[in-house]
Ligand binder design. Structure first.
Ligand code: GTP
Ligand code: MG
Ligand code: ZN
Length: 291
């Protein structure tokens, strides 16, 4: 059986990237009966049905699934922020980090527009997140700084670029892969406000092997289905301490003998991170009360 990966879906056609070319495929009827939804990122086996055409016969088990956008088999998320313009804000970064942690994918924090950044501020920010254990790559899509390093981290993987609008995701990708002409700047913002963009997520092949996915920025993340338990385990430095709290129901806000609060006092947890934790916790609790 021939095999490939679905890189795009359109009008019930599935574009399947093989080692040699892109095949335009349809789905064998029985899958439709099962109401199985084939996703971009799915690995499939197909049979030839004419020149450049095929019929998908088999879908291989998924390694992972991202919900926004809906893509199968993602390996990692490149959370992209501009250091400046729009100015980076740690609460926003932490919110995106929590969302990414919930998806259980590898995370790389990419800080763009370092050509505009104050060197000292940037270093503080980078140290802050490296100190927690996150991998941080600093780039300037404009000047090409750091692009080679970022490219090397994408090799043979499926990577999704996510982050707020204007961070420079599309500009970075255009810079990473010659031949890409993703829309950037104000025009992109206009399209992004339309409702269809996330539905058309596609895998963009990298010439060195691997795929990237560009996503339209959104400036907020929702935590509707996140519990306090999920939240504490989405902060690695909090997660590793929770077993030290006196009460196993401790949510590290007002409880006595809390190992997390102690660590904040001792400076082992950064106050900004604790602030982000409390802000999201409050949101989760407010959502609950609404029911
Ligand atoms: N100075 C500077 N400007 C940059 C850099 N990278 C991108 N920009 C600019 O930032 C603006 C936004 O870039 P985009 O690539 O459209 O940002 P995006 O993250 O794709 O935004 P959305 O598609 O709306 O989510 C554009 O005007 C880019 O030219 C950089 O490294 N330095
Ligand atoms: Mg874009
Ligand atoms: Zn606690």
């Amino acid at each position: 059986m021939l095999s490939g990966i679905v890189i795009k879906t359109y009008n019930s056609f599935y574009y399947v990237q093989t080692a040699e070319n892109i095949m335009m495929c349809t789905l064998r009827g029985r899958f439709k009966k099962e109401r199985f939804s084939l996703l971009v990122g799915d690995q499939v086996e197909y049979e030839m049905a004419g020149v450049g055409k095929g019929i998908i016969e088999q879908i291989l088990p998924r390694r992972s699934m991202l919900r926004r956008p809906m893509i199968a088999n993602i390996d990692q998320v490149i959370l992209t922020f501009a250091a400046v313009n729009p100015n980076i804000n740690t609460i926003l970064v932490d919110r995106f980090l929590v969302s990414a942690e919930m998806s259980a994918l590898e995370i790389i924090l990419c800080i763009n527009k370092i050509d505009l950044a104050d060197a000292e501020e940037l270093e503080k920010l980078v140290d802050h997140y490296r100190g927690i254990g996150y991998e941080v790559i600093t780039v300037s899509a404009k000047n090409g700084i750091g692009i080679r390093e970022l490219r090397s981290r994408l090799h043979d993987k499926i990577s999704v670029f996510a982050g707020p609008s204007g961070a420079g995701k599309s500009t970075i990708l255009n810079n990473i892969e010659a031949g890409l002409t993703l829309v950037t700047g104000e025009l992109s913002e206009k399209i992004g406000r339309g409702k269809h963009t996330t539905r058309f997520a596609q895998l963009l092949p990298l010439s060195g092997g691997g795929f990237v996915v560009d996503t339209p920025g959104f400036s907020f993340t929702e935590f509707n289905d996140v519990t306090a338990h999920d939240l504490m385990h989405s902060f690695p430095e909090i997660s590793e301490l929770v077993s030290g709290c006196k009460f196993n129901t401790c949510i590290h806000s007002r409880e006595p003998k809390c190992a997390v609060k102690q660590a904040v006092e001792d400076g082992r947890i950064h106050p900004l991170r604790y602030q982000s934790y409390l802000a999201i916790l409050e949101e989760i609790n407010a959502n609950k009360k609404g029911f």
